[in-house]
Design a protein around this ligand. Structure first.
Ligand code: PLP
Length: 285
């Protein structure tokens, strides 16, 4: 694979970053994952806007323009022959001369910019999309700025492992009695024809797929309610599903061992998945 590191295209085994990089020492950095369908980027604009917001919330300046970033995404997709999959992008606060809690001077310590591709042939027809996924609920023990897409992913990784240990696919995190989101996706339930999902705040990541799916839902005259819901309410719902750039829209068929609906992805989530994939393919660049 060819990857991108600080302005250069290099073979992945030749891409080297300093041990003093604050991304490595302190998880001081942000990332984005943009999905690729038919060799084209889905919602590049949305990811670029969220990247800028994440960086500015952490007092970092984006070292690369949106046009350059788009060019790098496209170049990597072409060089690595990605048809379906994604592009991972990470910007960390760089490698100062020594380890220190205080942020280094950005003039002397440039950010580290890394991009690489991940090929996932047939991702739109994944087994999980047919069967739906099973989730467990766990306490949300992440920090309080989940709206910033930082590379600090240890707790979500632990959540994923707790889910695996329970024979499930993912974990929905719960805070003050209400579901926040999945380890790497936004969470939804459906009651009747109403789609219910937590409102945006610092408690959750502002999903790019979430924004698109809610827009498509409203365009298709489906009712959307942005409010908190509990695990108990979710267990009683007609359907449950998740959204993310890597899973698109995917049904949830079990929560803490309780079957949701008929135990297969429901009509609403299946329809939203279809609309999302169709519309995303049309506007991908
Ligand atoms: N919530 C969390 C915690 C995530 O990590 C992600 C994606 O990585 C999402 C939600 C979904 O966001 P998006 O639709 O932009 O991929």
């Amino acid at each position: 694979r060819t990857v991108y590191l600080n302005g250069e295209y290099v073979a992945e085994n030749e891409a080297k970053v300093s041990i003093f990089d604050r991304g490595f020492l302190m998880a001081d950095g942000v990332y984005e994952v943009t999905s690729v369908l038919d060799g084209k980027l889905v919602d590049f604009e949305g990811h670029a806007v969220r990247l800028d917001r994440s960086l500015s919330e952490l007092g970092m300046k984006n070292p690369i323009t949106k046009d350059e970033l788009l060019a790098v995404h496209r170049e990597l997709v072409t060089r690595n022959d990605v048809v379906d999959g994604g592009v991972y992008l990470q910007i960390t606060r760089g490698a100062p001369a020594d380890r220190d809690f205080a942020f280094p001077d950005p003039e002397t310590t440039p950010c580290t910019v890394v991009l690489f591709t991940q090929s996932k042939p047939g991702v739109t027809e994944s087994p999980a999309s047919k069967t739906g996924i099973k989730v467990i609920s766990i306490a949300d023990e992440r920090w309080g700025r989940r709206d910033i897409k930082t590379v600090q992913l240890l707790y979500p990784s632990m959540g994923k492992m707790m889910a695996k240990a329970a024979g499930c696919d993912d974990a929905w995190m719960v805070e003050d009695g209400f579901v926040t989101e999945g380890t790497s996706n936004n969470a939804y339930i459906v009651k009747g024809n109403k789609i219910i999902t937590r409102a945006l705040s610092n408690d959750i990541l502002h999903g790019i797929t979430r924004a698109a799916v809610l827009r498509f839902a409203q365009e298709a005259q489906m009712e959307v309610e942005e409010r908190n819901f509990t695990i108990d309410e979710a267990k009683e719902a007609d359907e449950a599903f998740i959204t993310s750039a890597t899973m698109f829209v995917n049904g949830v068929v079990e929560i803490d061992g309780a079957q949701i609906g008929d135990g297969v992805p429901g009509h609403v989530s299946k329809r939203l998945r279809e609309i999302y994939l169709d519309e995303s393919r049309k506007v991908a660049i």
